[in-house]
Design a protein around this ligand. Structure first.
Ligand code: FAD
Ligand code: SF4
Ligand code: SF4
Length: 479
């Protein structure tokens, strides 16, 4: 077959990924986006212009070899596509599903100027899913060095670091405070966006191929401290994330029915609350739920609440209450679109000032105020200011706060010399190595940056692993 000309390639429309119907998916936790068929994958891969200077790669925090993996795909060499992908990204089935591509790789694609970038994330998911099923690119471990490394936290930062350190032949032990590994990938991001079987398969594979040990139910700072770990291990990596939720300081915050998005999502995802009584943790959902905030976490909480209402036969409403306007919404465009399709109601330029309760202490409503946008703040976004005299009451029986998170300070007990910022994040001496101010302790992911993305956490884990490997080989041992 004659190869397509560049002009012909630009005429192919961006391929849509098949999805579950919004009305049907409102009543289940199955994955919403169903993945490309081979035909759709080939059509999409044929859109790539194989640019000599591929700006898409600059937009990816881990520098995935995008043109190379797409070229292999369209030449029918899927094993080659997996190999090209794995040079920089060990978790493509996860990143292909959850990366905010529209602000990263796809934002920099030359075709983005016309509004239709190559669907890099969807192609990446295709490659990742193939690799999960076929395992063409085995993880191999070099002969044992006898060196021991502790990795605290089993989210994307910890997992990536553990894999790269173990491949070098070092013995890796991971410590996780929850009863299951995976961090936000397991307890936060819902099943309908990222099936837990995908995450579990990646963890099991790393354990099986590389002999990584995982100790769950171990809270570092309580069960063992950082200083105690340093006495036993040659190096320690901290990837403990930013799981401590923020609340508003308004009256009524302690009523029954007020919770953080992290608690709600943990009950739903990690404890499988939506499968009660098959699993033993029920999760209560209101008939009229308000989720405060408009980031990815808020969208996830709102979409879970909607599904629970349907499954529990309650009907009802779920509102996203956000103090700025639609233009400032920080969540991924796709998540907002999916939430709207499913029936989540958006109340923009609205802020709660008090949560109202009945005599039994249950939430019965929220007093809110209308907002308008004033001057830009430090983030460059126009700050919301209250409109005088615009207060009103909203009837709700559940309020979920999704207003951002910070690192849980428990891990810093008995960690002398470990410097932190005023926001509670760990200071690293330079981003390229992830070395902290405490000798033999590295850190990366949300515990350093504050709440960020899966792929940026993976990138930090990878860079720290490279430096740990150099350090354990006797290079750069001055701290
Ligand atoms: P985490 O994933 O938070 O993992 C840290 C782990 O450390 C946790 O398992 C925690 O239990 C454990 N831990 C904490 N303290 C201790 C201790 N003292 N001892 C032992 N273990 C400890 N990003 C995207 O790119 N795309 C998305 O669509 C997206 N959606 C999100 C949705 C939700 C609901 C949330 C909460 C986040 C989302 N993010 C998303 C952000 C992304 O998940 C995080 O940036 C990423 O998981 C950070 O990885 P990490 O490894 O640094 O930390
Ligand atoms: Fe894009 Fe994420 Fe893949 Fe990088 S890892 S190419 S940002 S989807
Ligand atoms: Fe392909 Fe777009 Fe990257 Fe060019 S910028 S190589 S068209 S994905």
């Amino acid at each position: 077959m004659t190869p397509l000309t560049q002009r012909e390639r630009t005429k192919i429309p961006r391929q849509k990924m098949p999805e579950q119907d919004p009305v049907v998916r409102r009543g289940n936790f199955n994955e919403v986006a169903l993945g490309f068929t081979e035909e759709l994958m080939l059509a999409e891969a044929n859109r790539c212009l194989q640019c000599e200077r591929p700006h898409c790669v600059e937009g990816c925090p881990v520098g995935v070899l995008i043109p190379q993996f797409i070229r292999a795909l369209r030449e029918g060499d899927i094993v080659g596509a997996v190999a090209a992908m794995k040079v920089k990204n060990s978790l493509p089935a996860i990143c292909g599903r959850v990366c905010p591509q529209e602000t990263q790789c796809e934002a920099r694609c030359v075709l983005a100027k016309k509004g239709e970038p190559v669907a890099i994330g969807r192609l990446e998911r295709y490659v990742g899913d193939y690799e999960l099923a076929m395992r063409t690119c085995p993880l191999e471990r070099k002969p044992s060095t006898g060196k021991k490394v502790a990795v605290v936290g089993t989210g994307p930062a910890g997992l990536t670091c553990a894999v790269d350190v173990a491949r070098e032949g070092h013995d890796v032990v991971m410590f996780e405070s929850l009863h299951a590994p995976g961090g936000v990938l397991i307890y936060g991001i819902p099943e309908f966006r990222l099936p837990k079987s995908v995450v579990q398969a990646e963890i099991d594979y790393a354990v099986e191929c590389l002999g990584i040990q995982i100790h769950t139910d171990h809270v570092i700072g309580r069960t063992l401290t950082l200083t105690e770990l340093l006495a036993e291990y040659d190096a320690v990596f901290l990837g403990t994330g930013a799981g401590l939720p923020s609340f508003m300081r308004i009256p009524g915050i302690n009523y029954n029915g007020v919770m953080s998005a992290n608690e709600f999502l943990t009950r739903v995802n990690l404890m499988k609350g939506y499968l009660f009584p098959e699993y033993d943790t029920p999760v209560k959902v209101g008939k009229k739920v308000a989720v405060i905030g408009a980031g990815n976490v808020a969208m996830d909480a709102a979409r879970c609440a909607l599904r629970l209402q349907t499954l529990q036969g309650k009907g009802g409403e779920v509102h996203i209450v956000y103090r700025r306007s639609r233009d400032e919404v920080p969540a991924r465009a796709e998540e907002v679109h999916h939430a709207e399709e499913e029936g989540v109601i958006f109340d923009f330029l609205t802020n709660p000032v008090e949560i109202l309760g009945d005599e039994k202490g249950n939430v019965v409503g929220m007093r809110c105020i209308r907002m308008e946008l004033g001057e830009p703040d430090a983030s460059g976004r126009r700050s919301p200011v209250p409109v005088p005299g615009s207060e009103f009451e909203m009837e709700v029986d559940m309020v979920i706060f999704a207003l951002g998170t910070s690192p849980n300070p428990l891990v810093f007990v008995d960690a002398e010399g470990l410097q932190r910022t005023k926001h509670g994040t760990v200071v690293v001496k330079d981003e390229e190595t992830g070395r902290t101010t405490m000798p033999r302790v590295w850190a990366g992911g949300d515990v350093v940056t504050g709440a960020a993305t899966v792929v940026s956490a993976m990138g930090a884990g990878k860079r720290a692993a490279a430096d740990i490997n150099r350090f354990l080989a006797g290079q750069g041992t001055d701290w």
